[in-house]
Design a protein around this ligand. Structure first.
Ligand SMILES: Cc1cc2nc3c(=O)[nH]c(=O)nc-3n(C[C@H](O)[C@H](O)[C@H](O)COP(=O)(O)OP(=O)(O)OC[C@H]3O[C@@H](n4cnc5c(N)ncnc54)[C@H](O)[C@@H]3O)c2cc1C
Length: 305
């Protein structure tokens, strides 16, 4: 029996072999997963992770794929995608507990229904709540670490809550998924002026629509902003706004966004990113650090960033 048979036989949830990942990422690039698994519940997920450990099979947590560049050759091992309702919702006294597989928009919907504010920064950030926690996603208005109090995490050894202080939050980073797969998050919010909160969200979404190429497939900001500057400004100043390699292009609307103009490969995207890094370093002496995460088996001649 192969490892795929063994795992597919053990999990109660659904499992797909050679599952295309490009449609599960926002930039629509990349090859298939050896095995894509959607566990039935948290117990099933722990069982899956234990089987991976026993069989020596690597796993990758996939959220909404809004911050991932998947290799053209795909991802070896198991890719885990949580269902949107894995784990119970809860709350009380300004706190909300939500499933990590739920879309980010659910946080705002539940918060506002409970009369709570403070998570408006998440409006317009695509992805799942687990992905937002893992990336410490946010904007100038706030980020996940401002509201997240603890995360429920599954490992091969079981399920448990990890306090925010142990999650290693930094600028667009955390210790997830290194610590395991986040199954639920708890956030603390405060009662506030809902009309003002909705107005702030509307203004933010309008600003995004005017400044970001939202109608084209992308993975959002490619690079982190260097201290005191903007990556988009630097890529533009390096003369690359609108520059195209294969099907990938530095957006002519926002030069920190790579867009897929049709048929882009991970190789195209990497070449574009490497070009920008080299040019910005050469012209301005700044080495831009990618915010986007790489997933899968990149060929040696593709290099990485
Ligand atoms: C148009 C557009 C606009 C964007 N705007 C913003 C913005 O304003 N601010 C911002 O911060 N980001 C922004 N992003 C990037 C993206 O939305 C965020 O990084 C988001 O947090 C990604 O969530 P996801 O569920 O899609 O994660 P994925 O891309 O699927 O995964 C990202 C990382 O999180 C890990 N992960 C995912 N789920 C889990 C889990 N349950 N447990 C453990 N680890 C997990 C993955 O393994 C991976 O390492 C934007 C993207 C797009 C396409």
């Amino acid at each position: 029996m192969t490892w795929r048979d063994e795992i597919a036989r053990r999990v109660r949830g659904e499992a797909w072999r050679d599952a295309p990942l490009a449609p599960r990422t926002s930039i629509r690039v990349g090859g298939p997963a050896d095995l894509l698994v959607r566990p039935a519940d948290a117990g099933d997920l722990v069982e899956l992770l234990a089987a991976c450990r026993r069989l020596g099979v690597p796993w990758l947590a996939l959220g909404g794929g809004a911050n991932l560049l998947v290799a053209d050759r795909g991802v070896r091992g198991v890719v885990v995608r949580l269902p949107p309702d894995l784990g119970e919702e809860g709350g009380g006294e300004g706190r909300l507990v939500l499933p990590a597989g739920a879309p980010a928009a659910r946080l705002l919907a539940r918060a506002h229904a409970a009369g709570l504010t403070g998570a408006e920064f998440a409006a317009g950030i695509p992805g799942t709540l687990g992905g937002l926690a893992a990336m410490n996603a946010g904007t100038r208005a706030g980020e996940m670490k401002d509201v997240l109090t603890r995360a429920e995490v599954a490992t091969a050894d079981g399920l448990g809550w990890v306090e925010a202080a142990a999650l290693g939050f930094g600028y667009r980073r955390s210790r997830l998924p290194e610590l395991g797969i986040c199954t639920r998050i708890e956030v603390a919010l405060r009662p506030g002026d809902l009309e003002a909160a909705r107005e702030a969200m509307r203004a933010d979404l309008e600003r995004r629509r005017a400044t970001q190429p939202l109608s084209e497939p992308s993975f959002g900001s490619t690079f982190r902003n260097p201290p005191g500057d903007h990556a988009g400004r630097l890529v533009e100043a390096a003369g690359l706004k609108g520059h195209r390699i294969g099907g990938a292009m530095w957006s002519d609307l926002h030069a920190n966004f790579v867009v897929n103009r049709g048929g882009a490969t991970a190789r195209d995207v990497l070449a574009l990113v490497r070009l920008a890094r080299a040019r910005v370093r050469e012209r301005f002496g700044i080495l831009l650090e990618p915010e986007v995460r790489l997933a899968g088996a990149f060929a040696e001649d593709e290099g990485i960033w």
